[in-house]
Design a protein around this ligand. Structure first.
Ligand SMILES: NC(=O)c1ccc[n+]([C@@H]2O[C@H](COP(=O)([O-])OP(=O)(O)OC[C@H]3O[C@@H](n4cnc5c(N)ncnc54)[C@H](O)[C@@H]3O)[C@@H](O)[C@H]2O)c1
Length: 245
């Protein structure tokens, strides 16, 4: 039975898609959520839906590392103890690396990989200093396992899988660290996936129904809760059988 009563969960990129669905699931299972996004309207809408007592909103760009540090400084100042972190925010530009500008490379790396490194270390520092248990879930992608036509995105997602394993070692025995690797999931991000890639996914999927954001939310919920208490350093594939390891 999944129970997140009295747990506080940070979720990045929670104004839409998988992050939003995860926030809703966490609150449904008793947690309070601290949601971060650049989309303020989406955050406010989520807070109205779930209640101000359950949802605290933080409107900033996670590619700004100073903002991440300020966020943790403020939490410490306010003596807010966090139990779980979901590194979810990510962007996918849907074009070949040959068409990436220098700024594109820096932006995708900053949001998809460097921000999770900073969030993870700031979160884990407090857990380890206080000798308290915590959980991190990283939203990677099948692209990090099987490759993709967008190599910078694929590199960040492969990097997240490496980060998951290495942080599981570094933060043991206090913080469990796991990843979810979704395949194509019905969110706004999909509009950037080239048509031929979508067709290829459809052809190879063993399960034909679309993966919904809530399906990924369920996988995250499992990894956040004590039900997965013996799992760390692992990747949970939610990919319609698209890629078998
Ligand atoms: N949808 C898919 O098919 C799919 C597949 C595999 C992995 N993923 C991963 O799942 C995660 C969530 O993606 P999604 O499909 O829900 O996308 P989405 O575009 O629906 O939602 C992403 C959210 O992140 C926020 N965000 C983007 N840049 C930000 C920044 N700099 N600072 C703060 N917030 C920012 C956006 O405003 C948005 O609310 C991503 O890491 C993505 O790579 C998605």
């Amino acid at each position: 039975m999944i129970n997140l009563e009295n747990k506080k969960v940070i979720i990045t990129g929670a104004a839409a898609g998988i992050g939003r669905a995860t926030a809703v699931k966490c609150v449904e299972h008793g947690a309070d959520v601290l949601v971060i996004d650049i989309n303020e309207n989406g955050l406010v809408k989520l807070q109205k839906e779930l209640g101000e007592d359950k949802v605290k909103i933080f409107n900033f760009d996670i590619s700004d590392l100073g903002k991440i540090k300020d966020f943790f400084v403020q939490l410490r100042k306010d003596d807010i103890k966090i139990d779980c972190l979901v590194n979810n925010a990510g962007i996918y530009l849907g074009k070949s690396v040959l068409d990436y500008s220098d700024e594109d490379i820096a932006k995708v790396m900053a949001i998809n990989l460097i921000a999770p490194i900073y969030f993870s270390k700031e979160f884990a520092r407090d857990k380890m200093n206080g000798k308290k248990q915590g959980v991190i879930v990283n939203i990677a992608s099948v692209s990090g396992e099987a490759g993709t036509s967008e190599s910078v995105y694929g590199a960040t997602k492969g990097g997240l899988l490496g980060l998951t394993k290495s942080n599981a070692i570094d933060f043991s025995p206090y913080v469990r660290v796991n990843a979810v690797a979704p395949s194509v999931t019905k969110t706004a991000l999909v509009k950037n996936i080239p048509e031929e890639r979508l067709k290829m996914h459809e052809k190879h999927n063993l399960i034909k129904e679309w993966i919904e954001p809530e399906d990924i939310g369920n996988a995250v919920l499992f990894l956040l809760s004590d039900v997965s208490g013996h799992c760390t350093g692992m990747t949970l594939d939610v990919n319609n059988g698209r890629y078998l390891r």
